[in-house]
Design a protein around this ligand. Structure first.
Ligand code: ACM
Length: 703
């Protein structure tokens, strides 16, 4: 029997499958924890068992990259199942899994290559066909995600998957300038990206706080601009090869003419005001900017771009271009005189002049220029690509003028949003939804961005994973794949899978809690940590008594806890059932068990908080958790006892909960306060609190 499932699965179809599964071989089928969801899955019957004789063979082209990918695939499969396997793919056409590639991709991936694949699995073997190496590599990742334990051993369900990406540019931008990330962290990120079918790593290499690539032409860039934390050119070549092996392009960004103080530390003459300059440690938009009026600036940039164009093989070269406030230009009489004599009316026009000079340099070195929204001006050639941090409106505006674009607005992972908020952002929604089909073609995809004000090598992975996987799915899967519950279920599977692949978002949480506690028993601290989240957007700046800098240690509870509390989300879902009148005795028992644990936690945690300076700040939060939980238990008593609480109790509890919901203590949010408020309101027969009031702000400001 074959069942065709095109995602998303309507509820009725799901019910049908569940019904059929009780009377068919599908009963043995595990659920498919695939992410991103393939375009089309046809379930078959039976399964392919993975045992010690599992092997990979080839019938088509088998270039070195494909063979390396097949070797890595076998290593992953062996680790995943703990079955020792011969991890060398065979030379010939025999294999449990046979790969048939029509023609090898070039060693370095290119925008727009065919990335489709088809995977057929039957109880007797599997076949992976793809027009290119890249497609086959994606199919191998899908296969790994399909391996599940079954009563007969590890197995992949019989099925046919036909898959290809919705967008050709599926990127992740990492800010390694504000805070440096070691090569090892970037490599494990690339492993995670490969698993999720991302195909572009964009590195924001320079900003006011650091210049991170070795330049041989201008060595003072890294010598004076990096505190010794930079990538050598050998590091870069190694990283590019590692990425290319995984089908991932590497785009360098050197932000100019603003966000460039780190350049001026070594080369003050580039700036629009005399130095000396030092690496900037604070965030925000700073005044220094390159001097666009001096020929020496362009001579420098020509030599610089020449060197970097040789180092980075990608056709695209990102010049930043965001957030220039023009203050140094306004204060410099020579620049003002230049503007006057060249009929340049304002700072935006001066930046446009700079961009068009820079674009000529970039194209002279055979690269295509990318920049943030600000570089869009009608006189720029249509070869440039606009990366939008401002939203679909500016993306649509660019497309209407014939420019290609990428969406990053809505994908800023550093804003600490829950995965669903990123998931719901589509490059072709909002103003972009009204574009003509030709204009829509100009929207190449998007990039999730991780700006690193509060990102260290320790919490780097937890700021990325698993939420970036939601963006990966948005950029790969069909536009109508939107089932949030399904996404969260699969995100949970990805959380573990990404850790298997060497990422440390789960393990680093434990280690950071251990450091905070200074002792082995982190139990009560974890109970609290599991139900709090860092404050959202840029609130952390607003709440700080002294502003953080790039040298501030990131060792507090706010740095350790994941951006999205899984426990908090699950608790809110359970309370939702209560509010909807669908609670069962078992559900009430589960809610009570959580609340009872939280109510008792403060007295268990307080001794620990007293002996760790770093933990003192969370004492009020811990108290609030227990107080809220006590209220929640009372509300459940009222609800299950069929009795309304006295009005005075309701008023008092709602006011206490309001306080507990406010961001403030330790720059954390107590995620269970709002669901407990819902319990109190339900117990008192009040309407649920307005969703709008609680909706998290999506406002953002500049970097
Ligand atoms: C940006 O957020 N300024 C690119």
């Amino acid at each position: 029997m074959n069942l065709e499932i095109s995602f998303p699965m309507p509820k009725s179809l799901l019910v049908l499958i569940l019904l059929l599964s009780s009377i068919s071989p599908l009963a043995a089928q595990p659920q498919l924890d695939l992410m991103p969801l393939p375009q089309n899955v046809q379930l078959g019957s039976g399964q392919l068992l993975i045992n010690q004789s599992f092997s990979v063979g080839f019938t088509g082209d088998k270039d070195a990259r494909l063979q390396a990918a097949a070797g890595r695939f076998l290593q992953h499969l062996s680790r995943q199942t703990a079955i020792p396997l011969d991890t060398r793919p065979s030379d010939g056409a025999n294999g449990t899994l046979v790969i048939a590639v029509e023609h090898a991709s070039k060693q370095y991936p290119e925008l727009g290559e065919d990335e489709a694949y088809e995977l057929q699995v039957s109880p007797s073997g599997a076949r992976l066909t793809a027009p290119t190496t890249l497609g086959a590599m994606h199919g191998l990742e899908t296969f790994l995600q399909l391996v599940q334990p079954s009563p007969a051993g590890f197995a992949v369900p019989a099925l046919v998957i036909k898959d290809q990406p919705r967008f050709p540019w599926r990127g992740l931008m990492l800010d390694v300038a504000r805070r440096f990330e070691p090569i090892s962290a970037i490599k494990r990120t690339l492993d995670g990206m490969e698993a999720l079918k991302f195909n572009v790593l964009h590195l924001h290499f320079s900003d006011d706080q650091g210049f991170r690539v070795e330049s041989k032409n201008f060595p003072k860039l890294q010598e004076k601009g990096s505190d010794g934390l930079y990538y050598t050119q050998d590091d870069i070549r190694d990283l590019i090869a590692y990425a290319a092996d995984r089908g991932i392009r590497v785009i360098p960004e050197f932000d100019m003419p603003g966000h460039s103080i780190s350049w001026f530390a070594g080369y003050p003459d580039l700036a629009s005001a005399p130095g000396p300059y030092r690496i900037e440690r604070t965030w925000g938009i700073h005044n220094p900017a390159m001097d666009p009026t001096r020929e020496s600036t362009y001579k420098f940039l020509d030599k610089f771009v020449d060197e970097m164009a040789g180092l980075f093989p990608d056709h695209y070269f990102h010049i930043g271009g965001d957030e220039v406030n023009g203050k140094q230009w306004d204060a410099n009489p020579k620049i003002q005189e230049f503007m006057h004599s060249h009929a340049i009316k304002n700072d935006q026009d001066l930046q446009a002049y700079f961009n068009s000079r820079l674009e000529k340099i970039v194209s002279k070195h055979h690269k295509l220029m990318i920049g943030w929204d600000e570089i869009l001006r009608p006189d720029m050639p249509q070869t440039i690509v606009i990366q939008s941090w401002r939203g679909q409106a500016s993306l649509a505006q660019a497309a209407k003028q014939g420019y290609r674009g990428l969406l990053s607005s809505g994908y800023y992972l550093d804003l600490m949003w829950p995965a669903v908020m990123h998931y719901n952002v589509d490059p072709l929604s909002g103003d972009a939804a009204n574009l003509t089909p030709e204009q829509k073609q100009l929207i190449l995809g998007g990039e999730a961005c991780l700006w690193s004000e509060y990102v260290s090598p320790e919490n780097f992975d937890s700021r990325l994973w698993p939420r970036a996987a939601a963006v990966a799915e948005r950029l790969w899967s069909a536009q109508n794949v939107r089932d949030v519950n399904s996404m969260y279920q699969r995100l949970e599977a990805m959380r573990t899978w990404l850790e298997w692949l060497g990422n440390t978002h789960v393990s680093s949480y434990y280690l950071m809690l251990h450091r905070l506690a200074g002792e082995e028993n982190i139990g009560p601290l974890k109970v609290l940590g599991d139900v709090v989240e860092p404050v959202k957007d840029y609130t952390r700046e607003d709440l700080a008594s002294t502003p953080a800098t790039s040298l501030t240690p990131l060792n507090r509870l706010v740095d350790a806890v994941p951006p999205e509390s899984e426990k908090g989300r699950q608790f809110a879902d359970m309370v939702q059932q209560v509010v909807a009148g669908k609670a069962t005795p078992a559900l009430y028992a589960q809610i009570r068990a959580e609340l009872t644990l939280w109510r008792a936690n403060d007295s268990r945690l307080q001794p620990l908080l007293q002996h760790s300076l770093l933990l003192k700040e969370v004492a009020p939060l811990s108290h609030n958790l227990s107080a809220c939980a006590a209220t929640g238990l009372q509300a459940i008593d009222y609800l299950t006892g069929g009795q309304r609480p006295p009005e005075s109790w309701t008023t008092q509890q709602l006011s206490m909960l309001q306080q507990a919901m406010k961001p403030g203590h330790a720059q954390l949010l107590l995620m269970v306060a709002a669901p407990i408020e819902s319990l109190v309101r339900a117990s008192a027969g009040l309407h649920p609190a307005s969703a709008a009031r609680r909706r998290r702000s999506s406002a953002r400001s500049g970097k």
